[in-house]
Design a protein. Structure first.
Length: 132
């Protein structure tokens, strides 16, 4: 049982140290990051608990509370599509237009196939599809 508690303390210490190191200075409360690291190293269990209770600034992050947040894209940094094109060229826009054109051609092909199949079925030439 004591080995399990010791292991849980080590895991808590590791999580606390990783959390301290990955946080920005604006997300740390009370003491500088270096001081929190020293406290966690010299007082592993107590220091880790105090870090998560006091030092970790829980309100500093943008919270979404389970709602969908659109991911940030590099285009979002520009005021308009024209500014993004000027910075990155038309490569992405023309690629998207080409993909849309290919999809439209594919849709037209399958619609023509469906019309042909329905015409054959109506004339009694083709075999009926299982769904009809």
């Amino acid at each position: 049982m004591s080995v399990l508690l010791y292991g849980a303390g080590i895991v808590l210490l590791v999580f606390a140290l990783i959390d301290i190191v990955t946080r920005g200075e604006d997300q740390v409360r009370g003491l500088p990051k270096f001081a929190w690291i020293l406290i966690c190293i010299f007082l592993p269990l107590v220091g880790s608990i105090v870090w998560f209770a006091v030092g970790h600034d829980w309100s500093a992050n943008d919270r979404n509370h389970g709602r969908y947040i659109e991911p940030n894209r590099h285009e979002d940094r520009y005021a308009s599509l024209g500014h993004a094109r000027a910075a990155h060229g038309d490569k992405r826009v023309t690629g998207t237009e080409q993909e849309l054109a290919e999809l439209e051609r594919e849709i037209e092909y399958w619609e023509a196939q469906a019309r042909l199949r329905r015409a054959k079925e109506a004339a009694g030439e083709g075999e009926p599809t299982p769904g009809s």
